[in-house]
Ligand binder design. Structure first.
Ligand code: ASP
Length: 285
C-alpha cells in the first residue's frame, strides 16, 4: 500500500552559531535527511527513517548528540534520546545515558521491547527531592551569562518522517545542556515534550529542555494541527506559547499527515533540511 508521498525534516539544534560551522552543519543535516529519504523512497518505515537520520547526526561530531555531546558539570557525557511511532503511539527512550555510541538505537530497542518507555542511566536519583529541599523554577536561576553559554553549546538533533503508508515517526537525540547536573534529563527523551508523534503529525523540539517539558511542547504543537492549521503555523503557535509562558528560546520541526512541513525558532540559528515532493531544501531556518 503506497499512496502517501513521503516527507522528512531534520534539525541540527536551535541556538546561536558563533563559529564558522553553519555551512558544515547544514551539510550534516542534508546528509541525515538523505539517509532517511533513501529509506522512505524505497517504501521503508518512518521509524527506520527517523532513526537512520539521527544516527548520521549522532556520528557527526559537530552536533551535540552521540559523538560530540556536550559535557555535564562532572565533565562527563550523559545523553538523552527518544523515538516515537505515531501510528501505534509506541515510544522508547534512554536518558542520562553514558557509554553508547548511538543512544537513538538503544531508544529504538526500548520501544521494540515494549515493557517500558524510558530507561535512565546512573544519575536518575534526584537527591534534592528526596530530602525535601525547597525547589524553585529552573528558569528563575538562569542568568544571561549562562544562557549565552548554553547557546554556544547547542546542536541537539531531530528528525520527523512520514512514510508511504502514511505513518509518522519522530526521533530526537542530545547531549543535553552544557554544565548540567549529573542525572539531569531534558525534554528530548520524554514523549510529548521534545519528541512526539501520533496520527495527526509529529514534532521534534530543541532548546532549553526545562521549559519545553513544562509546556509539553511537542504534543502542544501537534494538538494545534487539530485546529486545521498547517504545521508551519502550528510550530509558530507552539513557540509563541513557550515564549509567553517561559521566555525561553527554542525551535521545532514538524510534519503533518498530509506531508506538509513546518518549522519555527526564536533563536538566531537552527539548521534544517527537508525533503518533500522530490525537492531537497537546506535552510538555516
Ligand atoms: N533540548 C535539549 C535539552 O534540553 C537541548 C537542546 O535542544 O539543545 O536537553
Amino acid at each position: 500500500m503506497t499512496s502517501q508521498k513521503p516527507a522528512v525534516i531534520v534539525h541540527g539544534g536551535a541556538g546561536s552559531i558563533k563559529d564558522d560551522s553553519l555551512s558544515a552543519r547544514l551539510d550534516g543535516c542534508k546528509a541525515a535527511a538523505l539517509a532517511a529519504w533513501t529509506i522512505l523512497e524505497h517504501g521503508g518505515s518512518a521509524v527506520d527513517a527517523a532513526e537512520a537520520a539521527v544516527v548520521v547526526l549522532e556520528d557527526n561530531p559537530l552536533f551535540n548528540a552521540g559523538t560530540g555531546s556536550t559535557l555535564n558539570r562532572a565533565g562527563k557525557v550523559e545523553m538523552d534520546a527518544g523515538i516515537m511511532d505515531g501510528d501505534l503511539l509506541r515510544a522508547g527512550a534512554v536518558a542520562a545515558m553514558e557509554g553508547v555510541k548511538n543512544p537513538i538505537k538503544l531508544a529504538r530497542r526500548v520501544m521494540e521491547d515494549g515493557r517500558h518507555v524510558i530507561l535512565a542511566g546512573k544519575g536518575a536519583l534526584l537527591f534534592a527531592r528526596e530530602i525535601g529541599f525547597p525547589e524553585c523554577p529552573p528558569h528563575s536561576l538562569i542568568v544571561e551569562r549562562e544562557r549565552k553559554r548554553w547557546e554556544d553549546k547547542h546542536g541537539t538533533v531531530g528528525c520527523v518522517a512520514l512514510d508511504s503508508t502514511g505513518k509518522i515517526a519522530v526521533a530526537t537525540s542530545t547531549g543535553g545542556v552544557f554544565h548540567k547536573l549529573p542525572g539531569r534529563i531534558g525534554d528530548s527523551p520524554i514523549p510529548g515534550c521534545g519528541t512526539y508523534a501520533d496520527d495527526r503529525g509529529g514534532a521534534s523540539c530543541t532548546g532549553m529542555g526545562e521549559a519545553i517539558i513544562r509546556i509539553v511542547m511537542g504534543k502542544t504543537a501537534v494538538d494545534f494541527l487539530s485546529e486545521g492549521i498547517d504545521p508551519a503555523a502550528a510550530a509558530r503557535k507552539a513557540l509563541a506559547v513557550l515564549e509567553a509562558k517561559t521566555g525561553v528560546q527554542a525551535g521545532l520541526i514538524m510534519i503533518d499527515r498530509k506531508g506538509r512541513i513546518g518549522y519555527a525558532r526564536n533563536t538566531t540559528h537552527m539548521p534544517v533540511c527537508f525533503i518533500a515532493d522530490g525537492e531537497t531544501i537546506v535552510v538555516d531556518s
